[in-house]
Design a binder for this molecule. Sequence first.
Ligand code: S3P
Length: 444
Amino acid sequence: MSETPTPRRFTASGPLRGTMRVPGDKSISHRSLMLGALAIGKTTITGLLEGEDVLATAAAMRAMGATIERGDDGTWTVHGVGVGGLLQPAQALDMGNSGTSTRLLMGVVASHGITASFTGDASLSARPMGRVIEPLSQMGAQFTPSPGGTLPLMMRGCLPAVPITCRLPVASAQVKSAILLAGLNTPGITTVIEPVATRDHSERMLKGFGARLEVEEAEGADGPERIIRIHGDADLVAQDIVVPGDPSSAAFFIVAALIVPGSDLRIENVGLNPTRAGLIDVLREMGGQIDLLNPREVGGEPVADLRVRHSQLHGITVDPALAPSMIDEFPVLFVAASVATGQTVTSGLDELRVKESDRLSVMATALRAIGASVEEREDGLVITGTGGTPLAGGGPVTTHLDHRIAMSMAIAGLASTNGVSVDDTAPIATSFPTFEKMLLERAS
Ligand code: S3P
């Protein structure tokens, strides 16, 4: 991302209309590159998200020996080195803003006999890594993190690593995936127990690449849980992958169309994996008119086209059990709640405090600055909406190197009287480099 902040003002827009597509899913894009690099043979990837986070993963896999190229038609090819075949990188791996790259790659390195250093930007260097350091240390990897268990960090993988059984202490697909990836090159069976289901792209894709992986739904002491077992010493086989559109990117346009009067927008090819689609259920419960058209499967993932029409939303109490299936969508849900009728209550969102920014505090501050009524609680926000009246607007609001804050506040600007100034739009390039161009095209 650009070192110099790029401020911008987003003003009230006309209706969002027409048909659009959002770029490829970020989670699936990271995993395509990683698994392609660990497979034998040539993997092709169509629809890869070319955002900075994913490019950081590509650079890291290249630095560890994989050959990764982009063709002129936008198709990416990965020539993998095979599980266990990664080389020691000659330089520190610069992860930029990307928590997913960092945590998943720490898992990959953990069962290779190599040393690697991980660095990142100010946001990433403040994020907790203890959650992956702990299980990966049990598998035998050694870590020298910065004080507080953060980046910059040096680690030494362990060959052979030791299989573990880990019950996830936090609902985190990144932690789950790090352990499963480490398990690929570990003898025996590595087991992850998830008390709360998180996005399951790793499980689907590991199976797709030929790993032996079993998922069991079981009754635990505190309710249902998922037990995921991966068999080690795996051989992965190269695949042809088609990446569906990212529901977390579509979310900004879904909310924009719902809150800007007169909108009727079609968003094609949106990934609707049930572990990701919570926002749609919540927005429909709030009265949002969202139709799912032409449901189908793309690359082993459920996908549909969405038709979204302007709707007067009403506040609800959001079931905290839905949080993992919409964990990245809360900032933009808070924007929708700010112009809904009545109160929206969210809870169980402690994890939002350790994302690219503290998304509870940063969104509360930003929304208040543009005239919204927000109460910040320990684990959620309570928002009293305007009932459809535009927010006053203002700013500049501070995004703290967080792409989803910048995009959410841009959408808030569309439904404001005076526009919303965002202090820095540069972080948007980490996940959705074409966001502003697409917004200009749709909202004129
Ligand atoms: C991701 C998992 C989530 C999510 C992130 C992407 C992934 O993080 O917020 O944007 O690709 O596994 P956590 O595992 O920290 O919840």
